[in-house]
Design a protein around this ligand. Sequence first.
Ligand SMILES: [Cu+2]
Length: 148
Amino acid sequence: MIVRHKVLTLSVVGALAMLPLPGQAANPAVTVTKPWMRYLLPSLPAAGYMTLHNSGNADAVLTAAVSPGCGMLMLHKSQDDSGMAMMMDMQTISIPAKGSITFAPGGYHLMCMQPKMKIGEALPVTLTFQDGSTLAATLPVYGAQTAP
Ligand SMILES: [Cu+2]
């Protein structure tokens, strides 16, 4: 009887832990494919890449990203402006309804300042959307020589 009681208690705690906090529900429409992180040195920013798919009927507007492996994680876009490589800070990045956006070298990327990670590990990243929903992603960390 005692053992059974313990199991019941644990399952209740587990169910509570899975309840999303108000305003932090997982975005049901957005999914991630091909996630990866390019990491060079602790003194250089690392960059996060992925493809975000939006199966919803409304645009999903990405507003922020955070990771325990980054001092700060920013939404950036690289642009080759007449031979001058530039990076722009994006306040938002929209994933069109029924569409997708690709983060890749030379374009959109997550810029990770003060990176604390190791090649081969998987970095947790949380994306936040304008409607308050979130998306948890895991980005495998690659070095310059091992990038996929
Ligand atoms: Cu950047």
